[in-house]
Design a protein around this ligand. Sequence first.
Ligand SMILES: *[C@@H]1O[C@H](CO)[C@@H](O)[C@H](O)[C@H]1NC(C)=O
Length: 263
Amino acid sequence: SVPEKFILHGSLQPVVGVVGQDVVLPFQLSPPARLANKGVLWRKIGTEFILVHEYSDEGPKDQPGEGYQNRTEMFPQEFSRGNVSLKLKRLQEADAGTYHCYVSDPDWSQEATTDLRIAAVAPVFIEVLGPQGQGIGLACRSTGWFPKPELQWVGKNRQNLTMDPVTYMTEGGDNLYSVESQVTVTEGNDTGEISCIVRNGLLETERQSTIQLSGDVFPRVSPWLAAFWALLALVLVAAGVCAYLGCTGKQKVSQKKRAEEEA
Ligand SMILES: *[C@@H]1O[C@H](CO)[C@@H](O)[C@H](O)[C@H]1NC(C)=O
């Protein structure tokens, strides 16, 4: 007979799959017991329930939903252990989502969900932000990663760079991550080829973008220009001093005049 408190568990953590590979969506009944005349429905939650696979003791019936032919496998030999997991084969990007499992017998039913995420990589772009202080600001952006990627700026032959990047990671409503990183490259050690590499540790795959920074692009102060600015500053200071002195001189004059008038 069926115990009163029979619970179906999905996975608390999302299951992560890779396009083209298989994944098991875990569902476990506890305590494990063999149900007589049970039915199991695996569905995907979209705008409505989409049938993925269906099983029934009565019949017996074991069939995939429309669009899932040859892509599902259940494990009847595991049912006696309460394991009602479903294997989804040859994953597609569109398989990401929430899966719902419904187990029932004539006088009992339980349901649970498991989230499936699909590992993803995306193109990487470098943008030149323009002069920033003594250097050139660069931004690296990429949108559409799962799980969280790692971002790295490197020089030619993957040399580490001396500058410190500022990196932000955000998660979108589609459960995919966006990453953005900014650095200011100064002329010197870091001049030349600079790459931004974004890496998916799960897939062991990376995408990158490379930019060539020649010495000409850096803001530069020529000795003549420096001399010009120094001279201009001197002239301005001198002009200011003269104006001030001149003005007080006039004031003195006018005060003198006023004093004479009063006298
Ligand atoms: C359930 O069975 C499948 C297939 O044998 C297996 O991959 C999975 O690990 C099992 N789950 C548990 C919780 O034992």
